[in-house]
Design a protein around this ligand. Structure first.
Ligand SMILES: Nc1ncnc2c1ncn2[C@@H]1O[C@H](COP(=O)(O)OP(=O)(O)O)[C@@H](O)[C@H]1O
Ligand SMILES: [Mg+2]
Length: 235
């Protein structure tokens, strides 16, 4: 479903080149849950941004369902992100002054969905994360765990094929983290959504079907997929 070939990303700062990714070759299959792990600064977020079409490689390619991002127009890439992908970030990126409902429906508004389609979808998404009764609250008045649940609702409201999460529990205490982890992995196990999680939390990584370990810009190891954790088995 997601495939990279010879993927390299170099950042230049003060005329010095930093080769963050040096030829990454990975394939992520439909229905997998994958953790991208590695030390801070190892390029996890950079790799996730490239997979999610949020950044462009210095060389090499990324494709989704056989479509190479570099051959797509900007408009096609915007549509890909909006319709096929959902995003969850450590910093939430919610509009605190808006209601929970308005935050959740944003991807649908961007897509141009009709007003009458928004409500049932938003409420369904909010109910699936246990926030069905909080839709009219201001996002800023929620706890950290609730905010991240709003982000998960926003990530799934558009019925994505892949949810990308970058350190989704990085700002949460350990008990709240477990709830968020379970919600994300349930998307995979129960709804068959492919889930790609950047994390340095070993507990979270262990719950994923597979880990991709980055070191010095390369993939150090890709653990085999334990059969019982591979949610794609019904497909
Ligand atoms: N936009 C950018 N400009 C310059 N350097 C960057 C940029 N994004 C990331 N980097 C650098 O690339 C390296 C990897 O960053 P990142 O992918 O965020 O690592 P991780 O998520 O594993 O902590 C770091 O040294 C970081 O400073
Ligand atoms: Mg990061």
């Amino acid at each position: 479903m997601l495939e990279t070939q010879g993927l390299c990303r170099t950042f230049t700062s003060d005329a010095i080149d930093y080769e963050v990714l040096k030829g990454i070759e990975i394939t992520i299959k439909k229905g997998e849950s994958v953790a991208i792990v590695g030390k801070s600064g190892s390029g996890k977020s950079t790799l996730m941004h490239l997979l999610a079409c949020l950044d462009e490689p210095t060389s090499g390619s990324v494709s989704f369902e056989g479509r190479d991002y570099s051959r797509m127009s900007e408009k096609q890439r915007d549509r890909l992100r909006n319709e096929k992908f959902g995003f969850v970030f450590q910093q939430f990126f919610l509009n605190g002054r808006e209601t929970v409902y308005e935050n959740v429906v944003l991807p649908m508004r961007i897509r141009g969905a009709s007003e009458k389609d928004l409500k049932p979808r938003a409420l369904e998404a909010l109910e699936s994360v246990g926030l069905g009764d909080k839709s009219e609250k201001r996002a800023k008045d929620l706890s950290g765990g609730e905010k991240q649940r709003v982000c998960i609702a926003r990530a799934i409201v558009g019925d994505p094929d892949v949810v990308f999460a970058d350190e989704p529990t990085g700002n949460l205490d350990s008990k709240t983290s477990r709830t968020i982890e379970d919600l994300l992995l349930d998307l995979n196990r129960e709804n068959g959504i492919t889930v790609v999680i950047v994390t340095h939390d070993e507990d979270l990584a262990r719950k994923c079907g597979r880990t991709i370990d980055l070191k010095d810009g390369r993939v150090r190891g890709v653990e085999p997929v334990p059969a019982e954790l591979f949610a794609g088995r019904e497909q």
